[in-house]
Design a protein around this ligand. Structure first.
Ligand code: KIV
Length: 273
């Protein structure tokens, strides 16, 4: 029986994730940005909830993750925290709050932890942000790394294609993963990289890797909730498995409601006082 189904389940911590890697139990992670979704994910038994800066896309309708602010991330994270009892909650440090200045990075991380009550932060990049990672870790804040396709660097990459296919970029990723792990990160997201490379990096690290478009041989998987539920429509990368077609169901329900209102079918006698 999976641990989360046992009545005496325990709160997921970074140490629990480490134990899961050691015993070969896969880690399931999904995004959430609001109280109601977070409650459902937590009760369903998700291990990790990521308050991703993908909120910039799926919540606010921006084309990239760059515009979301620290205050907006804290708003989403606080809402999620009010719905969570068991899952580990990780919050993205948004673009512009940690690059190039490790003191700013620490202040941003502290603000998130203090104001939202979250359990950890996630930060994109390797060697170039190592000073920020070290400073945040030195304050006792758990850090999850993020390598491969790092969406905050979309203007550098130019496209959202698979990363680290070429040997020099793959070598850089290997090096960055080791640096982050040695620094003390508790896990690393590997986004959209060849499955073979993800497997090799996963084997080489003592900390868990969480893949998105990185194949099966990683320690866990993450998807954006709105993508896997089929609420978002336009985003269909190969790695995305849709578990539902909620956009059609929601549109159908809204159409039925409109019809009921217009035809005076709603409310009926039992639905009034
Ligand atoms: O912001 C996000 O949702 C993410 C995941 C795609 C890993 O960083």
């Amino acid at each position: 029986m999976s641990a989360y189904l046992e009545s005496n389940y325990k709160k997921v911590t970074t140490h629990v994730l480490q134990e899961m890697k050691l015993r070969g139990e896969k880690i399931a992670m999904l995004t959430a940005y609001d109280y109601s979704s977070a409650t459902l994910l937590d009760v369903a038994g998700i291990d990790v909830i990521l308050v991703g800066d993908s909120a910039s896309n799926v919540m606010a309708g921006h084309k990239t993750t760059l515009p979301i602010t620290l205050d907006q991330m804290i708003y989403h994270a606080s809402s999620v925290m009010r719905g969570v009892d068991r899952s580990l909650v990780v919050v993205d440090l948004p673009f512009g709050t940690y690059q190039g200045n490790s003191k700013n990075a620490l202040n941003s991380a502290i603000q998130i932890m203090k104001e939202s009550g979250a359990n950890a932060i996630k930060i994109e990049g390797g060697k170039e942000i190592l000073e920020s990672v070290n400073r945040i870790l030195s304050a006792g804040i758990p850090v999850m790394g993020h390598l491969g396709l790092t969406p905050q660097s979309i203007h550098k990459f130019g496209t959202y294609v698979v990363r680290a296919k070429e040997e020099n970029e793959a070598n850089q990723l290997r090096e960055d993963a080791k640096l982050l792990a040695d620094a003390g990160c508790f896990a690393i997201v590997l986004e959209k990289i060849p499955a073979k490379l993800a497997k090799e990096v996963t084997k080489s690290l003592k900390i868990p890797t969480i893949g998105i478009g990185a194949g099966l041989d990683v320690d866990g998987q993450v998807l954006v909730l709105h993508d896997m539920l089929g609420i978002t429509q336009k985003f269909s990368p190969r790695f995305l498995r849709r578990y539902h077609n909620l956009s059609e169901e929601i549109k159908g329900s809204v159409k039925a409601y409109i019809e009921d209102v217009k035809t005076l079918d709603f409310p009926n006698e039992k639905e009034q006082y």
